[in-house]
Design a protein around this ligand. Structure first.
Ligand SMILES: C[N+](C)(C)CCCC[C@H](N)C(=O)O
Ligand SMILES: O=C(O)CCC(=O)C(=O)O
Ligand SMILES: [Fe+2]
Length: 421
């Protein structure tokens, strides 16, 4: 290992002075410590040519695997995986983070092969594998997607010829379940075939991948156009594309539909990839995408029909993105259930309507519409955080059963099968 001075010493010094301010007020350190090791880059010997680090006054900088990473010292102390700080059997932290000095700095840092050793003022040693740091750094995460997806319009989806999974293999084999989940995660919709057309068999399917999310509509629901509930879903009317339960603080993650019977005409199901449409908005009008991801809205469900009395309110923007990588993870879009907008000043309201219009135009492009006729035996799973559904008006007797699933538990099953979710 060898050290040398770098030409960008000046900018490092500026960093250093800037970083200093925070701790200065708290600690009043001696002037000498203004010029610590920080101006030196440490490079590894030729055996590990791609690693270099620098100890700044308020952070640790690491270059490894083509990534420049910056770590806060409290972070480095907090994530210590030593036996006294972390229980590796339960994967839980034992260290009391509040006991860490917010101005903590390592006494020494050294590298041995691919492990960095930090010795803290009290003598405690924390070791980090370089690859672990890359995997777990902000800079590493920023470049990664949480959920790989294939965004689609009708043509893309149809060309992909995504296979359905058979009921038997879904229930009895891990490959069947894994294939299903893989496609479901990629496209946000997936079908199971040859399911006996009963509510019990539909329930069995649901329970194979998740916990059923019981809601005001029940655990398993079973509905016809009898207007038994205060919602247009319970009629024969057409329903424009929407996501369900936008009026929950956490909209239901997955929706399962099984059409048990239809003696009549119409009633086809419409599916639209909301993320594909949102991506078009991002390309064409990024500031509108931004607005849709920032303006909070309410959705509401008010019901007073027979014995059913409910009043639900959910708050959140139309587009929900992870702040660190801007990845979209949830779209709330239901123009029927959108409540009075009273959380937004008038000028923003107008810009919001413009952005909402742009998104609606994308969602309504005929080429983005994928139409299917649900039939007994063919169960449809929809990612209700991504794919919008709707239906054509219909005639005759139509029976639909299904349920909602808790998203965490679907993702849990996927991860246990080795999928990225
Ligand atoms: C599926 N099931 C018929 C039970 C629910 C219907 C909920 C309809 C509501 N407008 C929404 O979009 O959330
Ligand atoms: O009747 C249908 O096909 C779907 C109705 C609907 O949107 C729903 O139940 O959530
Ligand atoms: Fe719906």
């Amino acid at each position: 290992m060898w050290c040398h001075r770098l030409s960008h010493l000046q900018s490092s010094l500026q960093d250093l002075l800037r970083g200093r301010v925070i701790c200065w007020a708290l600690q009043q350190p001696s002037f000498n410590s203004l010029f610590p090791l920080a101006v030196h880059w440490h490079h590894t010997a030729s055996k590990y040519p791609n690693c270099a680090w620098q100890q700044h006054e308020d952070h640790f900088e690491l270059q490894y695997a083509n990534t420049v990473m910056r770590f806060d010292y409290v972070w480095l102390r907090d994530h210590c995986r030593s036996a006294s700080c972390y229980n590796s059997k339960t994967h839980q932290r034992s260290l009391d983070t509040a006991s860490v000095d917010l101005c903590i700095k390592p006494k020494t840092v050294r590298l041995d092969e691919t492990t960095l050793f930090f010795t803290w003022p009290d003598g405690h040693v924390t070791r980090y594998d370089l690859d672990w740091l890359v995997q777990n750094s902000y800079e590493g995460q920023k470049q990664k997607v949480v959920q790989p997806r294939i965004l689609w319009n009708a043509e893309i989806y149809q060309q992909a010829q995504v296979p359905s999974v058979d009921f038997q293999s879904f229930l009895e084999t891990n490959e069947g379940l894994k294939n299903f989940l893989e496609n479901f995660l990629l496209y946000g919709i997936a079908f199971v075939e040859n399911v006996p057309p009963t509510q019990e068999h539909t329930e069995k399917l649901a329970e194979r991948i998740s916990l059923i999310r019981e809601t005001i509509y029940g655990r398993m629901w079973y509905f016809t156009s009898d207007f038994s509930r205060g919602d247009t879903a319970y009629t024969k009317l057409a329903l424009d594309r929407h996501t369900d339960t936008t009026y929950f603080q956490e909209p239901c993650g997955i929706q399962v539909f099984h059409c048990l019977k239809h003696e009549g005409t119409g009633g086809r199901t419409l599916l639209v990839d909301g993320f594909y449409a949102a991506e078009q908005v991002l390309q064409k009008a990024p500031e509108e995408f931004d607005l849709l991801s920032k303006v909070p809205l309410k959705h509401e469900y008010i019901e007073n029909v027979g014995e059913c009395h409910n009043h639900m309110i959910g708050v959140g923007p139309v587009l929900n993105i992870y702040p660190w990588n801007k990845e979209l993870y949830l779209i709330r879009y239901n123009n029927y259930d959108r409540a009075v907008i009273n959380t937004v000043p008038y000028d923003v309201v107008h810009r919001w309507y413009t952005a909402h219009r742009t998104l609606t135009i994308e969602l309504r492009r005929p080429e983005n519409e994928f139409w299917v006729k649900l039939k007994p035996g063919r169960v449809l799973f929809i990612d209700n955080w991504r794919v919008l559904h709707g239906r054509e008006s219909f005639t005759g007797y139509r029976q639909l059963c299904g349920c909602y699933l808790t998203r965490d538990d679907v993702l849990n099953t996927a991860r246990l099968l080795g999928l990225q979710a």
